[in-house]
Structure formats: structure tokens, C-alpha cells
Write a protein that binds this ligand. Sequence first.
Ligand SMILES: Nc1nc2c(ncn2[C@@H]2O[C@H](COP(=O)(O)OP(=O)(O)OP(=O)(O)O)[C@@H](O)[C@H]2O)c(=O)[nH]1
Ligand SMILES: [Mg+2]
Length: 234
Amino acid sequence: MRKPDVKIVLLGDMNVGKTSLLHRYMERRFQETVSTVGGAFYLKQWRSYNISIWDTAGREQFHGLGSMYCRGAAAIILTYDVNHLQSLTELEDRFLSLTDTANTDCLFAIVGNKIDLIDEVGVKDGAKDLNDPGKTISNCDSARATKRVCLDDAMALYKKILKYRMLDEKEVPAAEKMCFETSAKTGYNVDHVFETLFDMMVPIILRQRAEGPSQTVDITNYKPAKQTQSRCCV
Ligand SMILES: Nc1nc2c(ncn2[C@@H]2O[C@H](COP(=O)(O)OP(=O)(O)OP(=O)(O)O)[C@@H](O)[C@H]2O)c(=O)[nH]1
Ligand SMILES: [Mg+2]
């Protein structure tokens, strides 16, 4: 097994659907999950590249592990639940600082999951506002009317992330390209999220290869020293 070329990490509050998104992408199905303990690792072969994808636990008790998982990440998927504004707020308040250990040119995607749960009898895009028939209801008004998180709020967070990371808006992908709404249940947009990131990471991989051997430790031939006792840290 070759060592991974790059690393992607999924971060976000518990229950937003990180594990389900990964199952949907890797195993092509939606299945019941149990809340993640610590983290889990998947390897995806994309064209001739090996991409490691790390699923993390959203539960508060595992919070300390987040920055360890983000170390050396080339891309981070910040995940929230479109039906819970708090899960978007948490990304800024609790998860953003964990990304300090990621690569300086780390890509960020913001993913609003569980779009299938949106109330379909709510106000539809392009409908007339009943209080003001002259006004057509926009995407965001319609989102607010159905009490879900609006994609504009995710895009505002993306811009805050760029400021936090001191990145120039002109040198990174635009918010419109990096904010997604998905459903792990139906599969809606899930491939698009991962494959958009994979495509964007190709130049990073090629640059790393041109710069020489990576700093990643290859553990394929690693033989652990004799140990009499093992302990779990989580
Ligand atoms: N309707 C619907 N339910 C979803 C979707 N994604 C996940 N779920 C459900 O939401 C619950 C939590 O999903 P998980 O994937 O375990 O969430 P998580 O973010 O990995 O949670 P932690 O591991 O605790 O951090 C499960 O009951 C899933 O079946 C989705 O797109 N739509
Ligand atoms: Mg999980």
C-alpha cells in the first residue's frame, strides 16, 4: 500500500452526518451509524493519487483530538446540519481553531448536510411574498421561512475563515464554489463535494511531488518495538 499523497479531514458537530457522508461516498449507501469515537480513516484512490480521508468525532469529549487529526491536512470539510443553525455557529466557535495545524494552503469546503429533511411545503424559491406580492422570494428568504440555515450564511462563514487564516480572497477558490448542500441519505451532491476537492488538490500533490519526499512517515514497513502493555488514549 502506498502512503497517502494528501489528507482531507471532516470536522463538525456531533450528529451532522460526517460519517454518513463518508459512507455514502465510499460505500455508495446510507446506513445507520453510531456516534464516532475518536476518529476513523479511509483511503481513496483518485486517478493515480492516494487520498486519506479522516472522519472525526463531533462529541465534545473528543474535541482535543481535532487539531491532531488536522495536522498536515490539505483540505478540511466543515460540516453542519442545514436544519440546525447552531451547528453552523459551532463551526466558527469550536472547530475553526482546530484547523491551525493544517497546511497553510489548506482548502476549506463548508457542507450543509440533511437537505432532504427540509420541509417541502415551505416557501419555494421564486414564489411571491404574501406580505408583499410585488416581491419575489429569494433563495435565502425561502430558507429562512423554512427555518433552515441559508447557504449565504455558510458563504459568510467561508469569508470569515479566509480572514482567520489571513488568505487573500483572490488567491483561493470563491465561496460560491466551496459551499455545498448535501444529503447523505439520498446521495444528493455528495460525489460533487469530494470530487471537487480532489480535483483542486491535484496541483498541491504535483507540487509536493516536485518538492521531494513528503514529511509524512511511511508506516507500511514499520515494526513496533516489543511492548508488554498497551493503553488506549481515548
Ligand atoms: N435525513 C438524513 N439523516 C441523516 C443524513 N446524514 C446523516 N443522517 C442521520 O443523522 C444521524 C447522525 O449521523 P452521523 O453520520 O453518525 O453523524 P456524525 O456527524 O458522524 O456524528 P458524530 O460521529 O457523533 O460526530 C444518523 O442517525 C444518520 O442516519 C442525511 O443526509 N439525511
Ligand atoms: Mg461520526
